[in-house]
Ligand binder design. Structure first.
Ligand code: FAD
Length: 285
């Protein structure tokens, strides 16, 4: 059984997200990380896609290699921005031929340098979901933003769009957040408008104060005052330990409240994610 939505009916999942390495050193480090994380028997793994398709080939190469060489289902992230139908078709064919059965359909980030992306055939993630549903070969995941998408005019509008998109897909994975209430409120809001598909919370173990501020401002995630104070009072070498404890506590709370699994943003490092998942695994999985 390698389709994520089927795994979710079986037991609570633990999954890990990676970015495709850009250098030989990065590839060696990722291999080491993947080897380390085998200790907690991941349910599935996922590989991100660069802004406006900038990592297209690197993502495809990493997904295909991980799917073929490891016994763990690997999910490819795929974005709308700057993509033509025939390009998405070619990627889907490549994935299906390699045995990849899971795709995370995303709107996609805009190019980091502020340039206009090339023209594309898909506007919203839901367009990509419809395309993949018609294709029929994949279990389809989508992104959910517990605090609302930063470009949304208001939360209710974002929830309606998310519900429509998720009803056509199989499951969602969230942007990271630090307060379990953000996730629980979103699940309740969606349920109230008739959407009860599984939503896996995405959890980030903080390893670096500056980095989390940058990521949070891009993702529209709030860093609570208590956490910001704890991190700024800590010596840099102690931040990782705090990050692990905060992520472990949050994950446990979410699982206890009924979350179907935990998706850890690894940033290609094994230590913090292993520490979080290892403790949860012993207690919950
Ligand atoms: P959409 O669902 O298209 O939503 C984007 C905005 O449009 C929202 O405000 C939504 O409310 C609105 N909207 C949606 N449908 C409609 C409609 N029909 N009419 C009007 N408004 C609408 N980015 C990458 O580039 N590469 C990655 O690998 C990547 N991985 C991610 C993984 C996860 C788990 C998450 C949570 C995010 C990831 N992202 C990634 C970021 C994501 O691409 C961005 O947040 C992007 O800006 C929005 O993506 P989306 O899929 O939510 O888009």
């Amino acid at each position: 059984m390698v389709r994520v939505h089927e795994l979710l009916t079986d037991r609570k999942t633990v999954s890990f997200e990676f970015f495709p390495p850009k250098t030989i050193e990065g590839a060696v480090a990722l291999t080491r990380t993947l080897n380390d994380l085998q200790a907690v028997q991941p349910s599935f793994m996922s590989v991100t896609y660069g802004a406006a398709g900038s990592d297209r080939q690197r993502t495809a190469d990493a997904v295909v290699a991980m799917q073929r060489e490891r016994g763990t289902p690997t999910m490819a992230h795929l974005t709308c921005v700057g993509h033509r139908r025939h390009e998405v078709e070619a990627l889907c064919d490549q994935y299906a031929a390699a045995g990849v059965e899971n795709i995370l359909a995303l709107g996609g980030d805009l190019p980091a340098d502020g340039s206009a992306p090339p023209p594309g055939d898909f506007r919203f993630a839901s367009d990509l979901v419809d395309f993949l549903r018609a294709d029929g070969r994949f279990s389809i995941g989508v992104a959910a933003h517990p605090e609302g998408h930063p470009r949304s005019p208001d939360l209710a509008d974002d929830r309606r769009n998310l519900a429509r998109k998720l009803m056509a897909a199989d499951f969602a994975i969230t942007q990271f957040f630090f307060d379990a209430e953000n996730y629980l409120r979103m699940v309740d809001d969606l349920s109230a408008i008739g959407c009860d598909k599984p939503i896996i919370p995405g959890v980030i173990p903080i390893t670096n104060a500056g980095q989390v501020e940058r990521f949070a401002s891009m993702a529209g995630a709030t860093i609570p005052d208590w956490l910001r104070e704890q991190i700024s009072a800590a010596a840099p070498e102690d931040v990782e330990q705090i990050g692990v404890e905060v992520a472990r506590r949050l994950s446990q709370q979410l699982l206890d409240a009924g979350a179907p699994g935990i998706h850890l943003y690894t940033l290609n490092k094994s230590g913090p994610s292993l520490a979080v998942a290892g403790q949860l695994f012993a207690a919950s999985f």
